[in-house]
Each structure stands twice: as structure tokens, then as C-alpha cells.
Design a protein around this ligand. Structure first.
Ligand SMILES: *Cc1c(COP(=O)(O)O)cnc(C)c1O
Ligand SMILES: [Zn+2]
Length: 409
């Protein structure tokens, strides 16, 4: 039940069928925000009657799809929330079907593409958005074409190939792949899933906010910590929490804490220095956390608003802190994240040290991607934590020598 699309730059509101992706007055920067009729939604839906579809589709009336649309068969969303200690929960989106948070957005893309009868869907991606599109498209037999930087981790490229996508590994950065994909989509008229270009991707991502609220008994946490690359996830979370207040389902919005890698900290810089993200030039981005490597975060307007309007913060973590956080989060919780997922945990620790989060705050850390997405980084991280296997001859004596030395009871 969409009533319009509002340009985040000029505020012009378009009818849902009037524009396809971005504000015509502002081109690629003119990202649109989807508007719903909250008055009528308040009358027709009830948070206690969401039914027993334990997936993101339980919030269907709050999503920008036809209410009778057929949705992909893969189970997306309703990922577990684990309490790790008093006041700390981890929501594990590494448990999505293609093992990252991006499934929530790509699911919407596939439904929208089918609504408009598209033959081909395309996206640029650091890897996970593409893997998500590839897997969900495969589940419904939808042809798709992918552009990723040639440096993307092998597991992510393997996913694309296994799912049968047409894959271009671009010799350049994600930013280069993104620009190229926009050109190609326009050239061939393919359905364009690109983050912060297609207005509906944030709408899929906002379902994580609904789930956090519902899984905590509609008692929203004080803060949600999430890693930030393009800024679409943090913008989506903000949208989701705002929706819930507009519906009267919750009474406040958590502070949103965005975590950036030190080598890819465009938004953290802009926030700390009060810079205007419409004029701030791109930076050179490099980090071990490939999923949050973005020289010019595409959803930077929504991402800044998410932190400023919720009185949250941006924190920056070095690559070593990110790698250390992989075993630290895994050992504290049993959740194994890829570098960009563990970055949120590193940011949580950092935010506590800085006093941005207090000891008594109720905090949800979002793990956005599974650790098996990037085995090379995981092995490095385990090595940094001093974890090595004991390579031995196949004898009991060889085991005993180690057991004795380690004083294992
Ligand atoms: C895409 C991604 C992010 C960052 O999301 P943005 O919307 O680009 O800020 C974080 N973690 C993982 C694992 C991702 O794939
Ligand atoms: Zn505009």
C-alpha cells in the first residue's frame, strides 16, 4: 500500500507509477523514499495478528509489493536473536539462505522484477547483494547479470557461479562496478537492483527492525549497532523503526550506531566533521571487510539521517580490530561472522570504551554476514588470536604430549 515516492534531496513526491527508480530532477543522487498510508495501515493491521509466516513476509502489508504477489520459496528473515550477556543481543543474519543480510533486499527486487515482467535483473555488488540476488533468482528461475569487483572473496563469486548467474568480475573497485552496471541496465532495459538507486531495497532491509522489535516483545532496545558501507542497511533500520512508531506499535526509536572500517570511513568522517554528504568527494576505500568498502556510500543521505535523527553515532574500527572481533564474537556467542559482520561487534566494544554506549544500555548487534563467506580472513583472524591446530603423527602418544602440555583435564 504505497502512496508515493519522495526524493531525499528535494522532497518532491511522485506517484508510485510516475517514476521508476530515482528523482528525475536529481539523477543518480535523487534516491527516493517509499511512503505508506499509515492512517489506513493503523486501522487494518495489528501487531498481535501478524500470523504464523515466520519470515520477512509476515510484514507484507508494510512492504512495497502487491499484496497477492507470489514470493520466492526460500525462507528469508526472522533470523535468530541470541542473548549473549545482560543487555547484549546478537541478531544473526548470517543465517539467511545465501548467508547475508542482503537476502532481505534482493527478495524484494525479485518480486518487483516479476511484477513488471522483467526478463533480466542486474546489480553491482561487493559480493553479498549479488549472491543474494543470484540465489533468490535461482529459486524462481529469474535470469540475472552480476557485476562484482574482481577482488571479491572467492566464496561469494563461487555462490554466483553455482546459482547460474551471468557474472562480470570488473577490474576495478565496487564503485567502478556500480557505475558500469547503471550504464548497462539503462542500455538494455534490465531491472536494476542497485543499492540506493532502486528505492525498494531499503524496504526489504527495514524488516530487520520490525523483527528486532517483535523478537524483544515490542520493547525496542536502546541501541542497534550495525556496520556501514553504502548505508542502505542503517537507513533501512531507521525506516523500519520509524514505521513502527508511526503505526503506534512501539513508542520510541533506538539509537543507531554505524560502524565503519578505518580505511572506508566516509560517513564517519562526514558525521564527525559536520560535512555535507552531497558535496563531500569520494575517498579511496580499502579494508579487509570487503562488504563495507565504499569510497562513496551510495545511500549516504539516508545513512547520515539515521544516525543524526536517532542521536546515535558513527564509530570507526581498524582492520585489526575487525579481525580480532571475528573470534571474539564467535567465542562469546557462537556466531561466526564475516569481517563486515564482526565489525559491528568490534564497533560495539569501541562504542562502550568511548562511553557512547553505557553499561546498562540494552543493545542489539547485527551480524550481517556468515563467517564462511571469507575463509581467508577467518583463518588470518584465528592466527592473530593465537589459535593454531596441532599437527601430529597418528599416535596416542602424540596426542598425550599435547594434552599434557595444555593441561587439558
Ligand atoms: C552490504 C553489507 C553491509 C553493509 O551494508 P550497507 O547497506 O552497504 O551499509 C554490512 N555487512 C555485510 C555482510 C554486507 O553484505
Ligand atoms: Zn529530487
Amino acid at each position: 500500500m504505497i502512496i508515493g515516492l519522495r526524493c531525499v534531496i528535494c522532497g518532491t513526491v511522485y506517484g508510485p507509477d510516475q517514476v521508476e527508480y530515482v528523482c528525475p530532477k536529481h539523477g543518480n543522487e535523487g534516491i527516493l523514499d517509499v511512503i505508506y498510508d499509515y492512517d489506513s495501515l493503523r486501522e487494518t493491521i495489528d501487531r498481535d495478528e501478524l500470523g504464523s509466516d515466520w519470515s520477512m513476509w509476515r510484514y507484507r502489508p508494510l512492504l512495497p509489493i502487491r499484496q497477492n504477489a507470489e514470493v520466492p520459496p526460500l525462507r528469508i528473515g526472522w533470523t535468530p536473536v541470541y542473548q549473549v550477556e545482560r543487555g547484549l543481543w546478537i541478531k544473526d543474519d548470517g543465517r539467511e539462505p545465501t548467508a547475508s543480510f542482503k537476502d532481505r533486499a534482493s527478495a524484494i527486487a525479485v518480486v518487483k522484477a516479476r511484477e513488471c515482467g522483467a526478463d533480466v535483473v542486474t546489480t553491482a555488488s561487493t559480493g553479498n547483494a549479488a549472491a543474494a540476488l543470484a540465489g533468490i533468482a535461482a529459486s524462481v528461475g529469474q535470469r540475472n547479470v552480476i557485476f562484482v569487483p574482481a577482488s571479491a572473496p572467492r566464496a561469494k563469486i563461487a555462490q554466483l557461479l553455482v546459482f547460474g548467474s551471468t557474472v562480470f568480475t570488473v577490474q576495478g573497485t565496487y564503485d567502478d562496478a556500480f557505475e558500469l552496471c547503471l550504464q548497462v541496465a539503462a542500455e538494455y532495459g534490465w531491472y536494476n537492483r542497485n543499492t540506493a538507486y532502486n528505492p525498494y531495497m531499503s524496504e526489504g532491509k527495514k524488516t530487520a527492525a520490525y523483527e528486532i522489535a517483535e523478537q524483544l516483545g515490542w520493547n525496542v532496545p536502546d541501541a542497534v549497532v550495525v556496520s556501514v558501507g553504502d548505508g542502505c542497511i542503517i537507513g533501512g533500520l531507521h525506516k523500519g523503526f520509524k514505521d513502527l512508531v508511526a503505526l503506534g506499535w512501539t513508542d520510541r526509536i533506538p539509537r543507531l550506531i554505524g560502524v565503519q572500517a578505518a580505511g572506508s570511513n566516509y560517513l564517519a568522517q562526514a558525521w564527525a566533521n559536520g560535512e555535507d554528504v552531497l558535496t563531500k568527494p569520494p575517498i579511496d576505500a580499502t579494508t579487509v571487510a570487503d562488504s563495507i568498502s565504499a569510497g562513496l556510500p551510495r545511500d549516504r543521505i539516508k545513512a547520515m539521517a539515521a544516525v543524526i535523527e536517532t542521536e546515535g553515532a558513527y564509530v570507526t574500527v581498524a582492520d585489526d580490530e575487525i579481525l580480532n572481533a571475528i573470534p571474539a564474537m564467535a567465542r562469546a556467542s557462537g556466531v561466526f561472522g564475516e569481517p563486515a559482520g564482526a565489525a559491528a561487534y568490534a564497533g560495539f566494544i569501541r562504542a562502550r570504551e568511548l562511553g557512547i554506549l553505557g553499561e546498562s544500555d540494552r543493545v542489539v548487534v547485527l551480524n550481517t554476514g556468515n563467517g564462511l563467506k571469507d575463509v581467508a580472513s577467518a583463518v588470518r583472524a584465528a592466527g592473530m588470536a593465537g589459535a593454531e591446530p596441532y599437527t601430529i603423527e597418528p599416535t596416542l602418544d602424540a596426542v598425550k604430549a599435547v594434552v599434557d602440555r595444555l593441561e587439558i583435564p
